[in-house]
Every structure is written in structure tokens, then in C-alpha cells.
Design a protein around this ligand. Structure first.
Ligand code: HEC
Ligand code: HEC
Ligand code: HEC
Ligand code: HEC
Length: 149
């Protein structure tokens, strides 16, 4: 055996041990149990309280609004896109109120003209499109083409 290996081999052994100890300290407990990820993250996320209920849940009490919305251009939107997470309201409607976003800026989040936006999404300029009124004074938010001027 060449003499320099006598020092290199123990040195390598020390490096390998340090690497294994370091890896053991930084890799989370359940990593690799079911794949290349931390398995406990699934359990932790499943334990979080539900926030959203979805349209079918709203339909149990607000059938009229759901039907109205299906018949017009906002049919693709979820109720909770505008009214916020509704699971608590779904369970206890009287004690958990939802948002009622009636500000122009709210509609502008999707409809303000922006050349980076997909062309098929109808766009207006908030500064020019009847700036003195709220959108919902003219457009029913559930039936946007049901216009009252
Ligand atoms: C584009 C946004 C938007 C979507 C999507 C939407 N809403 Fe609304 N909703 C509003 C706004 C804005 C008002 C307030 C209207 C007003 O005051 O004239 C409102 C009012 C309401 C109200 C009456 C609130 C009050 O004033 O007492 C109910 C109930 C309601 N929405 C339920 C629903 C349900 C159920 C859905 C899904 C089928 C839905 N909404 C989808 C924007 C939306
Ligand atoms: C179990 C019946 C029930 C379900 C399910 C339900 N709501 Fe309601 N909702 C009500 C009642 C009752 C009111 C009126 C409360 C009042 O005026 O005292 C209300 C009021 C509202 C309002 C007016 C604002 C407020 O909080 O008072 C909105 C908006 C609304 N609901 C949207 C929704 C959406 C969106 C869903 C689905 C996630 C939904 N609701 C599911 C019963 C229900
Ligand atoms: C989360 C995004 C979103 C929000 C918020 C939103 N809309 Fe829409 N809106 C849409 C989509 C998607 C369509 C269907 C595609 C399109 O623009 O034609 C639509 C369609 C419309 C149309 C019909 C346009 C057409 O092409 O014929 C009107 C009018 C309208 N919305 C008004 C409103 C008003 C008023 C508000 C606020 C109460 C509002 N929208 C809030 C996404 C949104
Ligand atoms: C004074 C009533 C009035 C108000 C307020 C109003 N609109 Fe309109 N909106 C109309 C009318 C009428 C049309 C159809 C003719 C036009 O484009 O002017 C229209 C058209 C639209 C369209 C379709 C544009 C297209 O190119 O197809 C969208 C989207 C829209 N409005 C969104 C909004 C939003 C968002 C607000 C609030 C920021 C709003 N409107 C406020 C009356 C109104």
C-alpha cells in the first residue's frame, strides 16, 4: 500500500461519517417513506380546517343565485371567488358572514384593461367606463349582462 493512503483512508472515513451524521440531522423524519418528499406534510395539510365549500354547497340554500349565475357570462366563476371562503358560512350562515365586494376595484381585478391579459376576457378601462358609479348599479354581478342604467 502506498504510504500516503495511510492518512487518506482515515480522513475519508471521517468525511463519510460527518456526511452521514449531517444528513441525518437535516433530513426530516418522514422523508422518503413514500417517495422523494416529506410524507408528514400530507398528514399536516389534511388536518387543516376546511376553508372552501364550493358551488354545490351554496346551492343548498341559494338555489336562485346559483341558477341565475349559470345562465350568464359569469357561469364559470365560483361563488367563493367573489364572496371569499365559505365553509364556515355554509355550516353556520347566521354567525359567519361573507364578503360582499361591491367596489369598482374588485371587478377591475379581472376586467381592468391590460394588454397582458387574455383577449377573450372582456376588458374595460375603470377610468373611462362610467367612472362615477359602482359597477353593480348597472350590472347584476350574478348576471353581468342584465344591465340597468
Ligand atoms: C363576480 C362576483 C360575484 C360572484 C361570482 C357571485 N357573487 Fe354574489 N354578490 C356579488 C356582489 C357584488 C353582490 C352585491 C350585490 C348588490 O348589492 O346589488 C352579491 C350579492 C349576493 C347575495 C346577497 C347579499 C346581500 O346583499 O344580502 C347573495 C346571497 C349572493 N351574492 C350569493 C352568491 C352565490 C350563491 C353565488 C354563486 C352562485 C354568487 N353570489 C356569486 C358578487 C358575486
Ligand atoms: C344552510 C344555508 C346556507 C348555505 C349552505 C349558504 N348560505 Fe349564504 N346565507 C344563508 C342565509 C340564511 C343568509 C342570510 C343571513 C341573514 O341575512 O341573516 C345568507 C347570506 C349570504 C350572503 C350575504 C352576506 C352575508 O354573509 O350575510 C352571501 C354573499 C352568501 N350567503 C353567499 C353564500 C355562498 C357563496 C355560499 C356557498 C359557499 C352560501 N352562501 C351557502 C344561508 C346559507
Ligand atoms: C374572478 C374574475 C372576475 C371577476 C372578479 C369579475 N368578473 Fe366579470 N367576467 C369574468 C369572466 C371569466 C367572464 C366571461 C368571459 C368574458 O369576459 O366574456 C366575465 C364576463 C363579464 C361580463 C360580460 C362580458 C362579455 O364578454 O359579454 C360583464 C359585463 C362582467 N363580467 C362584469 C363584471 C362585474 C360588474 C364584476 C364585478 C361585480 C365582475 N365582472 C367581476 C371574470 C370576472
Ligand atoms: C352606468 C352603467 C354602467 C356602469 C356603472 C358600469 N357599466 Fe359596464 N357596461 C355598461 C353598458 C351599457 C355596457 C355595454 C356597452 C358598453 O360597452 O358601454 C357595458 C359593458 C361592460 C363590459 C363588456 C365590455 C366588452 O367589451 O364586451 C364589461 C366587462 C363591463 N361593462 C364591466 C364593468 C365594470 C367592471 C364596471 C365597474 C368598474 C362597470 N362595467 C360599470 C354599463 C355600465
Amino acid at each position: 500500500m502506498p504510504p500516503q493512503l495511510k492518512t487518506l483512508i482515515p480522513l475519508f472515513a471521517i468525511f463519510i461519517v460527518l456526511f452521514l451524521v449531517g444528513r441525518h440531522l437535516v433530513v426530516p423524519e418522514s422523508f422518503g417513506e413514500a417517495g422523494h418528499y416529506r410524507f408528514n406534510s400530507i398528514v399536516e395539510n389534511a388536518e387543516k380546517p376546511l376553508q372552501y365549500a364550493d358551488k354545490d354547497a351554496c346551492n343548498e340554500c341559494h338555489e336562485d343565485y346559483v341558477m341565475e349565475m349559470e345562465s350568464d357570462m359569469h357561469a364559470g366563476l365560483s361563488c367563493e371567488t367573489c364572496h371569499g371562503p365559505g365553509f364556515a358560512h355554509y355550516e353556520e350562515p347566521d354567525s359567519s358572514r361573507l364578503l360582499v365586494p361591491d367596489q369598482r376595484e374588485f371587478c377591475g381585478l379581472c376586467h381592468q384593461r391590460n394588454f397582458n391579459r387574455e383577449k377573450k376576457l372582456a376588458q374595460i378601462d375603470l377610468k373611462e367606463h362610467y367612472p362615477e358609479k359602482k359597477c353593480i348599479e348597472c350590472h347584476n354581478p350574478h348576471l353581468p349582462w342584465d344591465i340597468t342604467e
